[in-house]
Write a protein that binds this ligand. Structure first.
Ligand code: NAD
Ligand code: WQD
Length: 340
């Protein structure tokens, strides 16, 4: 199929393009490069030995998006493009609502106009809020405490309403848990700007000596060792989940958790990283981070049952692949540790 991938130069998008190309699809990427760079696309070509079509445009730009649909015979859309930093969304809610909601509206509109009936949307486990684990797709969603999470809840709602009103429209809403890791080549991976917010890139940068030590946010949660528990999923498993969702897409709205179903604590992740890479990761326990929940992991049985997809890579592979990319990533060499 000819697949339009918005945000395809980003972390999850670039890995998904690898999986799509390897499955024989043609990819047309649109990305404004606000949180990525075009070198990643060269790496995707290098890994797959396949060509990709790329347009540097903003998905909120209705005319530019319309033009892409007019030029290409698009058969499916995967919508990754969006802003994703939870903390920043609290400070600057307007760009988050604008970017994440308007991009969804523009794409849904273009799909209708050009009779493109398959759309896969990047949602997040954050929509569950502080629910009881494991999170199953049928749970009532709870408030997410941040504008980023609300943009995901709203986009899910918008796409659901559109699909209900248009019975031939097929929407797969994929709720990702905690994507980590990198392509096994070490050529593409997660390279956040500035000091990372997320655990795995922080751990990798501590291991590299770029940051002095990890701050573990709280050890008094009701979990196995008191530290926060999450469902880390290898980004290549996640990428393959998108291919499965496209292969199996049928009319209507289908919501799938993409996670492993396994919870791992912060300390367990640190120990796994040390074991996988034979390197020390110094850490200290500090106060809880506001807004964090104790535990978040998936009931991943629906994706297995309906898509025939399961996450295959374990936490050790996630740590090994994250570290391989971190070591290779030239943009990640400057020492910041005096500031932390
Ligand atoms: P990313 O920032 O690496 O990728 C997003 C890409 O979208 C970037 O390349 C950015 O330049 C592009 N982009 C942003 N706004 C755009 C716009 N208006 N027009 C065109 N391009 C635009 O993020 P990611 O981690 O790859 O996340 C991809 C999607 O998955 C996002 O929607 C995110 O909310 C969702 N998600 C991510 C996580 C995670 O932990 N990484 C978890 C759950 C859901
Ligand atoms: C994981 C665990 C922290 C950093 C976020 C978003 C979510 C989704 C995925 C987009 C927690 C602990 C972290 C650190 C730590 N993104 N931690 N020290 O918060 O589960 O999810 O990314 O949709 O919406 O909220 O991920 O990697 O930030 O944290 O102790 O320096 O690691 O407290 O228990 P989180 P995370």
């Amino acid at each position: 199929m000819n697949i339009l991938v918005t945000g395809g130069a980003g972390y999850i998008g670039s890995h998904t393009c690898v999986a799509l190309l390897e499955a024989g699809h043609t990819v047309i990427i649109v990305d404004n490069l606000s949180n990525s760079n075009s070198e990643t696309l060269d790496k995707v070509k290098q890994i797959t030995n396949r060509e990709i079509i790329f347009y540097q445009i903003d998905v909120t730009n209705e005319k530019a998006v319309d033009n892409i649909f007019a030029i290409h015979d698009i058969e499916g859309v995967i919508h990754f493009a969006g802003l994703k930093a939870v903390g920043e969304s609290v400070e600057k809610p307007l760009p988050y609502y604008y970017n994440n909601i308007v991009s969804t509206l523009v794409l849904a509109n273009a799909c209708q106009k050009y009779n493109v009936s398959n759309l896969v949307f990047s949602s997040s486990a954050t929509v569950y809020g502080d629910n009881t684990v494991p999170f199953v797709e049928t749970l009532n969603l709870l408030p997410t405490t941040n504008p980023y999470g609300e943009t995901k809840v709203m986009s899910e709602r918008i796409l659901t309403d559109i699909a209900m009103a248009n019975p031939s429209f097929s929407v797969s809403i994929l709720r990702y848990f905690n994507p980590v890791g990198a392509h096994e080549s070490g050529l593409i991976g997660e390279a956040p700007n500035g000091i990372p917010n997320n655990l795995m890139p922080y751990v990798s940068q501590v291991a590299k000596g770029k940051l002095r030590k990890l701050r573990v946010f709280g050890n008094d949660y009701p979990t196995v060792d008191g530290t926060g528990v999450r469902d880390y999923i290898h980004v290549m498993d996640l990428a393959e989940g998108h291919v499965a969702a496209l292969d199996k897409i049928t009319a209507g709205v289908h919501i799938y958790n993409l996670g492993t179903g396994q919870g791992t604590s912060v300390i367990e992740l640190v120990k796994a990283f040390e074991e996988a890479n034979d390197i020390k990761v110094p850490y200290e326990i500090v106060d809880r981070r506001p807004g964090d929940i104790a535990s978040c992991y998936a009931d991943a049985s629906k994706a297995k049952r309906e898509l025939g997809w399961i996450a295959k890579r374990d936490v050790i592979s996630m740590c090994r692949d994250s570290w391989r990319f971190e070591k290779n990533n030239k943009d990640s060499g400057t020492s910041l540790w005096l500031s932390r």
